[in-house]
Design a protein around this ligand. Structure first.
Ligand code: NAP
Length: 287
């Protein structure tokens, strides 16, 4: 293997140390901990695992978490009502709706019930727009984590050709927008893209976000390219890791690459939301 590993575990551990320090200062200043509310619908084992991991990381960093478990049979109206109540609750700083939600629920309607100021997972239309306009809103957690990982290794993006495979509103599309904001030239690929291998072969940076194990063949990778694999299905990424690592300059492992960075971004943004809420209160009720 020739590529350097983009070690999401190590980078996220450093970020979480800073988050813990920020939380300590926040508690000292406001006599409360930042609070993340997590809404989990149904009994998908993977979703339960993710929510547990996020709660553990919160606890380690001193962030308090509140968990709302709802049955898979919940209606969209009930779910929206529960999320709106969290949006209105002054004790809640951030809201995470674990997705995907079970079929039959209008996920977009549920996302939009999250107040933009509490959208620490970056899933609302408002967050999408602020990402697109590079206006400094909350970033979609996985794309934000990908950017933080690339930055941790000082990987230049300006003028580079980035190829993003996937165009979901929470991952592929915002990943491309964040790369564009950093002056990369961005190509999106998706399930209707012909000759995917030819597109990948032109990429200086590949972001794989399809959820199709082994979709991206190692032999397609341009020598020296940077490969970020966000895909995660059956414990496997989208990229043929061993073969790609022979050609890439940098590559993420799966697991241990993008996943930990997603959680780190969620926590960073929760603390940021808490500070923003306290600062808005101070403006409203000056001492
Ligand atoms: P999604 O909503 O299912 O979107 C998948 C995207 O991949 C779609 O845009 C789809 O194209 C495209 N695609 C599917 N098959 C393709 C093919 N053969 N060739 C090219 N493009 C193809 O999934 P998502 O929520 O974005 O998640 C994608 C992957 O990332 C999943 O494995 C998920 O588990 C993982 N993920 C990881 C993290 C993390 O923290 N590591 C976080 C979120 C998601 P169309 O639009 O044409 O259908």
């Amino acid at each position: 293997m020739t590529a350097t590993i983009l070690d999401g575990r190590a980078v996220s551990a450093r970020i979480l140390e800073r988050v813990s320090d920020d939380v300590e200062k926040f508690v000292a200043a406001y006599d409360r901990a930042p609070t993340l509310a997590t809404v989990l619908v149904g009994d998908d084992p993977a979703s339960h695992t993710y929510v547990r991991m996020k709660a553990n990381r919160c606890a380690k960093a001193g962030i308090s978490s509140r968990r709302i478990d709802l049955a898979a049979e919940v209606t969209t109206a009930e779910l929206v009502g529960r999320i709106r109540a969290l949006s209105d609750d002054p004790a809640v700083d951030g809201i995470l709706l674990q997705h995907p939600v079970p079929a039959g629920i209008d996920e977009r309607a549920a996302f939009e019930a999250i107040a933009p100021g509490k959208d620490v997972d970056g899933v609302t239309r408002t967050s999408f727009a602020t990402m697109a306009f590079a206006e400094g809103g909350f970033e979609s957690a996985t794309p934000g984590g990908i950017m933080a990982l690339l930055d941790a290794y000082d990987i230049p993006l300006s003028g580079k050709h980035a190829v993003v495979v996937g165009r979901s509103p929470i991952l592929g599309k915002p990943a491309g927008m964040l790369l564009l904001a950093r002056d990369a030239t961005v190509t999106y690929c998706h399930s209707r893209t012909p000759s995917l291998g030819d597109r990948i072969a032109e990429a200086d940076v590949v972001v794989a976000a399809a959820g199709r194990p082994g979709l991206i063949r190692g032999e397609w990778i341009k020598p020296g390219a940077v490969v970020v694999d966000a895909g995660y299905a059956d414990n496997t990424g989208d990229v043929e890791f061993e073969a790609a690592a022979e050609r890439a300059s940098f590559i993420t492992p799966v697991p241990g690459g993008v996943g930990p960075m997603t959680i780190a971004t969620l926590l960073v943004q929760t603390v940021r939301a808490a500070y923003e809420h306290e600062s808005a209160r101070e403006k409203e009720f000056p001492m």
